[in-house]
Ligand binder design. Structure first.
Ligand SMILES: [Zn+2]
Length: 601
């Protein structure tokens, strides 16, 4: 069970995520009722939850606390306009071809055009409908939040073909007195429906043993359920191992009493996705016997061919995976697009980072209050020993074009580290002083090895997914990342990569490798010396004083996968957004003494 990662804070809505940081938002969308998408569902008194009627009924069964919430019923093909203080936006629901009630959502608003697929099986039919809509609105797709459950599995049989394979397998076993269907999840109701129709028979689920499944089927396909336990067709909603066990027992029983053997069928895709890794070649055209159970490849998620075709047609600027671990960069569509960014020089849209009008007032009030030179400048943000004063912070975050101070970059790094406790992707940000030391010759760098080694860190570096090093090259901030998860170094530069920057970054990577190795000589999980180095341009801005702002946000957004890119027009909104982020940070120890009164409560 893998819950989708949280969405960017700049968006006025959430989809399938229920994290604590969502407190400012009130539009919560549920794409479908699989437990990993509604796990922990809750909503505040002012919130609205949007879902199809069936999804909402299924969600309520697990989370009755949603009962009290304002609920908007979505219908496939219908467009809703949602009022929001940050600007109205619209949302249209499309069939996701995933499970009963599942939808994909197309959002259009001040943030651009965003498609959230939830979980989906993208057939050309689904994609055509979306295309028609995009063409009718003359709009380009900015971002797709994409279900990448099986990004490496080239091809699955269509759902219709898989269902026919189940029917054919049953027909071949006409003497079997009982047919046990190992259908465990919501999304397999179409199989049951078609089996029931083809064999003109209802299907039994033991309500006493499998109440959840019984309830789900009573919502999705009530017409095919029977409470007659002698029925030939029965659902066994159990895990694969348990199905094998039950099958072994029942087959043994039949053989012992010389009766015809029952048939066990499990339609699923997981066994097939593993087969790929194990170099097996299972049949995709007919049921295949595996021990006591017959298997059919049935997938509610897209194959990689389907994903590539859909992206080719939809042409989104950005692709973000909703399924950790994040495989977007495995897609050839994404690779091609990514590589072309620097060469084509076109400007992809990105998320709107503007805050609400209330936030804007707070921000302007804070900037107006900057103490003048010589005046006492109180600390405004402090987390443990890292702090920054009003003047330094205000001048960095104002729109007058100052280079961001290293103290502000360090403050941002500290704020991010302090939030790591419950993060999916663990990252550590090095203090800018250490970044500077990394540029020096080896005797000056002993401290770094000491710093990197465990006792001083309070965390295990070998458990980190990435270490981020903010660096200043004359007046331009850039970032060197040791991405342990992807096993490579990445250089992210808002201003492109000049020869000078490339040389500097290469020498830093070289020193980092050496210092890391002396700090962790025994560590075998990370072969730091084998890690390659890649260069990326992360904005189309040519204003070097904005580079620090983009680096601050990049520290926040970095997840080892996502393609970060900023437009020069993002800088202004980001200054507001990041100033307020730090001032209102939950670990800021200063808010009561100085910020309150400057920035409203
Ligand atoms: Zn699902």
């Amino acid at each position: 069970m893998r819950t989708p990662p949280e969405m960017p804070l700049g968006l006025p809505f959430t989809v399938d995520t229920w994290g604590p940081s969502r407190r400012h938002r009130c539009h919560r969308f549920i794409t479908h009722a699989h437990t990993d998408h509604i796990a922990g569902a809750w909503a505040g008194p002012g919130d609205t939850v949007y879902a199809t009627q069936l999804t909402m009924r299924l969600a309520l069964e697990r989370y009755p606390q949603l009962e009290r919430v304002k609920f908007v019923e979505m219908e496939v093909g219908k467009r809703w306009v949602v009022d929001d203080p940050g600007g109205a936006f619209s949302v249209t629901a499309y069939d996701a071809n995933h499970c009963a009630g599942a939808v994909m959502l197309l959002f259009e608003g001040p943030f651009g055009t965003i498609l959230h697929t939830g979980d989906c099986r993208l057939t050309s039919h689904c994609v055509q409908k979306l295309l028609l809509k995009l063409e009718a609105n003359l709009c380009r797709l900015d971002t797709v939040y994409l279900d990448l459950t099986f990004p490496k599995f080239l091809e699955f049989p269509s759902k219709e073909s898989a269902i026919q394979q189940v029917i054919a397998c049953i027909s071949k076993h006409s003497r079997a007195p009982f047919i046990y269907l190992g259908c465990q999840r919501l999304g397999q109701e179409d199989i049951l429906k078609e089996v029931s129709r083809s064999f003109r028979s209802k299907i039994y689920v033991d309500k006493g043993l499998y109440l959840d499944c019984f309830n789900t089927l009573s919502h999705t396909v009530p017409e095919i359920i029977t409470d007659d336990p002698t029925g030939r067709f029965q659902v066994l909603p159990v895990r694969s191992e348990e199905l094998n066990k039950i099958a072994a027992e029942k087959l043994e029983e039949a053989r012992a009493s010389d009766q015809p053997e029952p048939l066990f069928i499990r339609p699923s895709a997981w066994r097939y996705s593993n087969a790929y890794a194990q170099n097996r070649k299972p049949s995709l055209t007919e049921a295949e016997q595996d021990g006591n159970v017959w298997r059919v490849c049935f997938s509610n998620h897209s194959s990689s061919n389907e994903l590539e075709q859909a992206l080719q047609l939809l042409q989104p600027q950005w692709v973000i995976s909703t399924t950790p671990p994040n495989f977007a960069s495995e897609l050839s569509y994404v690779r091609r697009r990514y590589l072309s960014h620097t060469t084509q020089g076109h400007a992809p849209s990105s998320i709107c980072f503007r805050t609400t009008s209330r936030g804007k007032e707070d921000y302007e009030y804070f900037i107006r209050g900057i103490p003048s030179r010589g005046q006492r400048s109180p600390r405004v943000v402090q987390i443990e020993e890292t702090w920054v004063d009003h003047r330094t912070f205000g001048l960095s975050m104002g729109v007058n074009g100052y280079t961001i101070s290293k103290h502000v970059i360090n403050m941002m790094g500290k704020a991010i580290i302090s939030e790591q406790r419950d993060a999916h992707f663990l990252k550590h940000v090095l203090h800018s002083e250490l970044g500077k030391m990394l540029q020096g010759p080896s005797p000056c760098r002993e401290n770094i090895s000491n710093y990197l080694s465990e006792p001083n860190q309070g965390f295990k570096l070998e458990n980190m997914d990435a270490v981020l090093v903010p660096l200043l090259n004359s007046k331009t901030w850039y970032l060197v990342v040791a991405n342990f998860w992807k096993r490579r170094f990445e250089v992210l530069s808002p201003m492109g990569c000049t020869d000078e920057l490339i040389t500097q970054a290469q020498s830093i990577v070289c020193n980092f490798r050496e210092d890391f190795h002396s700090a962790y000589p025994q560590l075998h999980s990370v072969k730091i010396k084998d890690m390659d180095i890649t260069f990326h341009t992360i904005s189309n801005s040519d204003n070097e004083s904005d580079s620090g702002i983009f680096i601050m946000k990049a520290l926040d957004l970095y997840d080892g996968e996502k393609h970060i890119f900023f437009n020069d027009s993002d800088a202004e909104g980001l200054r507001e957004h990041l100033a307020l982020y730090l001032l209102h940070h939950k670990y800021n120890e200063m808010p009561h003494r100085h910020v309150q009164g400057l920035v409203g409560p």
